[in-house]
Design a protein around this ligand. Structure first.
Ligand code: ZN
Length: 224
Protein backbone atom coordinates (compact mmCIF):
# COMPACT_ATOMS: atom_id res chain seq x y z
CA UNK A 1 0.00 0.00 0.00
CA UNK A 2 1.40 3.38 -1.00
CA UNK A 3 0.67 6.00 1.65
CA UNK A 4 1.78 9.45 2.73
CA UNK A 5 1.38 11.59 5.83
CA UNK A 6 1.04 15.37 5.81
CA UNK A 7 1.96 16.64 9.26
CA UNK A 8 1.22 20.19 10.36
CA UNK A 9 1.33 22.13 13.60
CA UNK A 10 -1.97 23.89 12.85
CA UNK A 11 -5.01 23.48 10.65
CA UNK A 12 -4.02 25.29 7.38
CA UNK A 13 -0.21 24.60 7.52
CA UNK A 14 -0.66 21.78 5.04
CA UNK A 15 -2.91 23.86 2.79
CA UNK A 16 -0.32 26.63 2.50
CA UNK A 17 2.44 24.16 1.76
CA UNK A 18 1.75 20.86 0.09
CA UNK A 19 -1.87 20.06 -0.78
CA UNK A 20 -1.39 20.16 -4.55
CA UNK A 21 1.62 17.82 -4.39
CA UNK A 22 -0.25 15.54 -1.99
CA UNK A 23 -3.28 15.52 -4.27
CA UNK A 24 -1.06 14.43 -7.15
CA UNK A 25 -0.04 11.41 -5.05
CA UNK A 26 -3.70 10.57 -4.38
CA UNK A 27 -4.30 10.66 -8.13
CA UNK A 28 -1.43 8.16 -8.46
CA UNK A 29 -3.13 5.76 -6.03
CA UNK A 30 -1.62 6.79 -2.71
CA UNK A 31 -3.71 6.90 0.43
CA UNK A 32 -3.13 10.12 2.34
CA UNK A 33 -3.56 11.12 5.94
CA UNK A 34 -3.32 14.43 7.78
CA UNK A 35 -1.82 14.80 11.25
CA UNK A 36 -2.48 18.14 12.97
CA UNK A 37 -0.71 18.71 16.27
CA UNK A 38 -2.55 21.73 17.72
CA UNK A 39 -6.13 22.93 17.58
CA UNK A 40 -5.17 26.23 15.94
CA UNK A 41 -7.62 28.00 18.22
CA UNK A 42 -5.40 31.05 18.76
CA UNK A 43 -5.00 31.86 15.08
CA UNK A 44 -8.69 32.68 14.97
CA UNK A 45 -9.35 36.12 13.50
CA UNK A 46 -12.80 36.99 14.87
CA UNK A 47 -12.86 38.32 18.43
CA UNK A 48 -15.12 37.21 21.30
CA UNK A 49 -15.50 33.60 20.21
CA UNK A 50 -15.21 31.13 23.12
CA UNK A 51 -12.29 28.72 23.01
CA UNK A 52 -14.40 25.56 22.57
CA UNK A 53 -16.14 27.14 19.63
CA UNK A 54 -12.85 28.18 18.00
CA UNK A 55 -11.50 24.65 18.42
CA UNK A 56 -14.65 23.15 16.91
CA UNK A 57 -14.69 25.53 13.94
CA UNK A 58 -11.04 24.95 13.09
CA UNK A 59 -11.50 21.19 13.26
CA UNK A 60 -14.50 21.37 10.96
CA UNK A 61 -12.57 23.53 8.47
CA UNK A 62 -9.74 20.97 8.43
CA UNK A 63 -12.15 18.06 7.97
CA UNK A 64 -13.78 19.85 5.05
CA UNK A 65 -10.43 20.09 3.22
CA UNK A 66 -9.81 16.40 3.87
CA UNK A 67 -13.21 15.52 2.42
CA UNK A 68 -12.66 17.64 -0.70
CA UNK A 69 -9.19 16.19 -1.33
CA UNK A 70 -10.11 12.56 -0.68
CA UNK A 71 -7.84 12.27 2.34
CA UNK A 72 -8.32 8.97 4.13
CA UNK A 73 -8.04 10.05 7.74
CA UNK A 74 -7.34 13.13 9.85
CA UNK A 75 -5.52 12.64 13.14
CA UNK A 76 -5.95 15.60 15.50
CA UNK A 77 -3.60 15.60 18.47
CA UNK A 78 -5.42 18.41 20.32
CA UNK A 79 -2.44 20.37 21.64
CA UNK A 80 -2.88 24.02 22.58
CA UNK A 81 -2.10 26.44 19.76
CA UNK A 82 1.06 28.44 20.41
CA UNK A 83 2.30 26.24 23.26
CA UNK A 84 3.62 23.17 21.47
CA UNK A 85 6.51 21.55 23.33
CA UNK A 86 9.02 18.94 22.31
CA UNK A 87 8.02 16.23 24.73
CA UNK A 88 8.73 12.54 24.85
CA UNK A 89 4.96 12.03 24.61
CA UNK A 90 4.71 13.95 21.35
CA UNK A 91 7.66 12.11 19.80
CA UNK A 92 6.08 8.82 20.83
CA UNK A 93 2.74 9.84 19.32
CA UNK A 94 4.25 10.78 15.95
CA UNK A 95 6.49 7.70 15.88
CA UNK A 96 3.50 5.46 16.63
CA UNK A 97 1.48 7.08 13.83
CA UNK A 98 4.38 6.49 11.40
CA UNK A 99 4.75 2.88 12.55
CA UNK A 100 1.00 2.26 12.25
CA UNK A 101 0.43 3.93 8.88
CA UNK A 102 3.80 3.07 7.29
CA UNK A 103 4.04 6.00 4.84
CA UNK A 104 6.62 6.16 2.06
CA UNK A 105 6.45 9.96 2.08
CA UNK A 106 6.08 12.36 5.02
CA UNK A 107 5.46 16.08 4.53
CA UNK A 108 6.51 18.38 7.36
CA UNK A 109 8.18 21.67 8.30
CA UNK A 110 11.94 21.90 7.72
CA UNK A 111 13.99 21.56 10.93
CA UNK A 112 16.98 23.01 9.04
CA UNK A 113 15.28 26.40 9.06
CA UNK A 114 17.07 28.19 11.88
CA UNK A 115 17.44 31.67 10.42
CA UNK A 116 14.62 33.25 12.44
CA UNK A 117 14.00 35.61 9.56
CA UNK A 118 10.23 35.11 9.28
CA UNK A 119 8.14 35.24 12.44
CA UNK A 120 5.17 33.45 10.87
CA UNK A 121 7.10 30.64 9.26
CA UNK A 122 9.55 30.02 12.09
CA UNK A 123 7.36 30.45 15.10
CA UNK A 124 7.58 28.06 17.99
CA UNK A 125 4.93 25.49 17.03
CA UNK A 126 6.44 25.10 13.55
CA UNK A 127 9.98 24.69 14.89
CA UNK A 128 8.88 22.11 17.45
CA UNK A 129 6.78 20.20 14.91
CA UNK A 130 9.71 20.11 12.48
CA UNK A 131 12.12 18.65 15.02
CA UNK A 132 9.68 16.11 16.43
CA UNK A 133 8.77 14.75 12.98
CA UNK A 134 12.43 14.48 12.00
CA UNK A 135 13.24 12.58 15.19
CA UNK A 136 10.12 10.41 14.90
CA UNK A 137 11.18 9.30 11.41
CA UNK A 138 14.46 8.14 12.93
CA UNK A 139 12.73 6.43 15.85
CA UNK A 140 10.20 4.70 13.56
CA UNK A 141 12.93 2.88 11.65
CA UNK A 142 14.42 1.67 14.92
CA UNK A 143 13.20 -1.68 16.17
CA UNK A 144 13.69 -1.12 19.88
CA UNK A 145 12.88 2.46 20.84
CA UNK A 146 9.10 2.11 20.64
CA UNK A 147 6.68 -0.83 20.32
CA UNK A 148 5.51 -1.98 16.91
CA UNK A 149 7.24 -3.09 13.73
CA UNK A 150 9.92 -0.71 12.54
CA UNK A 151 9.22 1.37 9.44
CA UNK A 152 11.58 3.39 7.28
CA UNK A 153 9.99 6.39 5.57
CA UNK A 154 11.55 6.68 2.10
CA UNK A 155 11.44 10.44 1.69
CA UNK A 156 10.81 13.46 3.85
CA UNK A 157 9.33 16.39 1.95
CA UNK A 158 10.14 19.46 4.02
CA UNK A 159 7.87 22.36 3.19
CA UNK A 160 8.39 26.02 4.04
CA UNK A 161 12.10 25.33 3.57
CA UNK A 162 14.73 28.01 3.21
CA UNK A 163 16.73 25.60 1.05
CA UNK A 164 14.33 23.96 -1.41
CA UNK A 165 15.83 21.44 -3.80
CA UNK A 166 12.64 20.30 -5.48
CA UNK A 167 9.70 22.09 -7.08
CA UNK A 168 6.38 20.54 -8.04
CA UNK A 169 4.58 22.18 -10.92
CA UNK A 170 1.09 22.88 -9.53
CA UNK A 171 -0.06 25.31 -12.21
CA UNK A 172 -3.06 23.13 -13.12
CA UNK A 173 -4.02 22.73 -9.45
CA UNK A 174 -3.68 26.33 -8.24
CA UNK A 175 -7.46 26.93 -8.20
CA UNK A 176 -8.01 23.78 -6.18
CA UNK A 177 -5.22 24.73 -3.80
CA UNK A 178 -6.93 28.08 -3.24
CA UNK A 179 -10.28 26.34 -2.73
CA UNK A 180 -8.79 24.02 -0.09
CA UNK A 181 -6.97 26.86 1.64
CA UNK A 182 -10.02 29.07 1.80
CA UNK A 183 -11.96 26.32 3.58
CA UNK A 184 -10.19 27.83 6.60
CA UNK A 185 -12.65 30.71 6.59
CA UNK A 186 -11.91 31.69 10.18
CA UNK A 187 -8.33 32.54 9.17
CA UNK A 188 -8.74 34.59 6.05
CA UNK A 189 -11.09 37.56 6.21
CA UNK A 190 -9.50 38.96 3.02
CA UNK A 191 -9.39 36.22 0.40
CA UNK A 192 -8.12 38.56 -2.33
CA UNK A 193 -5.07 39.42 -0.23
CA UNK A 194 -4.52 35.74 0.51
CA UNK A 195 -4.74 34.85 -3.17
CA UNK A 196 -2.15 37.48 -4.04
CA UNK A 197 0.19 36.08 -1.41
CA UNK A 198 -0.25 32.51 -2.60
CA UNK A 199 0.07 33.24 -6.31
CA UNK A 200 2.60 36.08 -6.36
CA UNK A 201 4.86 35.02 -3.49
CA UNK A 202 4.45 31.55 -2.08
CA UNK A 203 3.93 29.68 -5.36
CA UNK A 204 6.21 31.69 -7.63
CA UNK A 205 9.64 30.32 -6.67
CA UNK A 206 10.35 28.32 -9.81
CA UNK A 207 11.67 30.18 -12.88
CA UNK A 208 9.62 28.17 -15.39
CA UNK A 209 6.55 26.78 -13.63
CA UNK A 210 3.89 29.44 -13.25
CA UNK A 211 2.88 28.06 -9.85
CA UNK A 212 4.82 25.58 -7.77
CA UNK A 213 5.18 24.05 -4.33
CA UNK A 214 8.75 24.04 -3.04
CA UNK A 215 10.36 21.36 -0.88
CA UNK A 216 13.65 20.25 0.51
CA UNK A 217 13.38 16.55 -0.24
CA UNK A 218 15.49 14.34 1.98
CA UNK A 219 15.76 10.63 1.24
CA UNK A 220 16.10 8.38 4.29
CA UNK A 221 18.72 5.85 3.34
CA UNK A 222 19.07 2.30 4.51
CA UNK A 223 22.78 2.21 5.32
CA UNK A 224 23.06 -1.34 6.57
ZN1 ZN B 1 1.03 27.10 11.37
Amino acid sequence: MKTFLCIGAHPDDIEFSCTATAYRLIQQGYKGRFVIMTNGENGFKADHVPREERVAIRKEEQMEVARLMGIDDVILLDYQDGFLQYTEELRRQITTIIKDHRPQIVFSFDPANQEFDDINLFHRDHRVAAQVVFDACFAAKNLWMYPGDSHRVSQLYFYGSNKPNHYEDITDLIDQKMEWLTCHKSQFPDVTKLERFIKDELSSGHPVYRYSEAFRVMPIRQIT
